[in-house]
Design a protein around this ligand. Structure first.
Ligand code: ATR
Length: 290
């Protein structure tokens, strides 16, 4: 992998950005500025507000300005996958792109979310994913982006439950491993026993209707993980703790790890994430037991 746009002058400021909507509160500029300081690299990394309709034009403008790489977040990840000249295998499988790398006249798309999740659980928290019977709650873009990585990390079984059962079935079909992946109906989810790992990949925490999950999903050894962080994760983490989970972890570490993975794709070196994570944790509501 090269470092981007060959046509940009060697001395030009390296330009990076994150695109999404809403984007004003994105932590990515702060994270990448910290990684860059650590690596001694001078770069610009800004947040660009882009709707589904406006994204193509914004991305083209960014490329004209010498943009070398970008992150893409909600609601653009699937859309971004359609705009790339080529995709990594993990982006193709997830049908999701959160990292763009400028290659010649086009974009190479990658998806680092799943790797970020696995690295957070196994690296930061030192927990083993292998053989965990896993419940994935939700079947939208976020769920799809992490499902393959969890399977690759060696979980025993993936059960997908979603409010709209057709979406869960579609995700299970896309994964295509009927021996290891199955779906359950939302309404009788509590009748099928407990799990070693429960991952909340719904966007329920961003809305007013919280998740209502049965306590019977958990044992005192269950790890609960919310892909969200901050206010959006509070409801699920509170439920997990009150229902007796061994650990309840928010997605702040995943955010930092997926960013580190993007940074490595752009700059060829992996930053140390511990200090950057600690810095963010100091002011993101501390829901994680770490
Ligand atoms: P994202 O990219 O964040 O995954 P998405 O693709 O719109 O966003 O998917 C949102 C997911 O959260 C879906 O699985 C959605 O369930 P539906 O498929 O039934 O829409 C789920 N979700 C959102 N709000 C929810 C709620 N209040 N209760 C349960 N599931 C919810």
């Amino acid at each position: 992998m090269t470092n981007g746009d060959d046509s940009a002058p060697a001395h030009a400021t390296q330009r990076y950005a994150v695109f999404g909507q809403p984007i004003a509160h994105s932590l990515s500029p702060r994270i990448h500025a910290a990684f860059a300081r650590q690596a001694g690299i001078e770069l610009e990394y800004r947040a660009v507000e882009a709707s589904l309709d406006g994204f193509v034009a914004e991305l083209a403008r960014f490329a004209e300005q010498g943009g070398r790489g970008a992150n893409v977040t909600l609601p653009l990840k699937q859309h971004a996958a359609r705009l790339c000249l080529d995709l990594s295998e993990r982006a193709r499988r997830a049908d999701s792109v959160n990292t763009l790398v400028r290659h010649g006249q086009g974009w190479h798309g990658d998806s680092t979310d799943g790797a970020g999740l696995v690295r957070d659980i196994t690296g930061r928290y030192g927990l083993d994913l292998r053989e965990r019977r896993t419940l994935l709650v939700g079947a939208g873009g976020a769920a799809r982006a992490v499902a393959f990585a969890l399977i690759d990390a060696g979980i025993a079984e993936l059960v997908i439950a979603n409010r709209t059962s057709e979406h869960a079935d579609a995700l299970a079909d896309a994964i295509g491993l009927p021996d290891r992946v199955r779906t359950r109906y939302w309404d009788d989810l509590g009748q099928w026993g407990a799990y070693d790992l429960v991952v909340n990949a719904t966007s329920a925490g961003h809305g007013t209707q919280g998740l209502k999950l049965p306590r019977s999903l958990l044992t005192p050894r269950t790890l609960c993980y919310d892909l969200s962080y901050g206010k959006a994760a509070i409801g699920f983490l509170a439920w997990a703790r009150s229902a007796g989970a061994e650990r309840a972890i928010d997605g702040l570490g995943m955010l930092v790890e997926q960013a580190a993975e993007s940074f490595a794709l752009w700059h060829g070196q992996r930053p140390d994430t511990a200090a950057v994570y600690a810095d963010l944790r100091a002011y993101v509501p501390g829901d994680a037991e770490d």
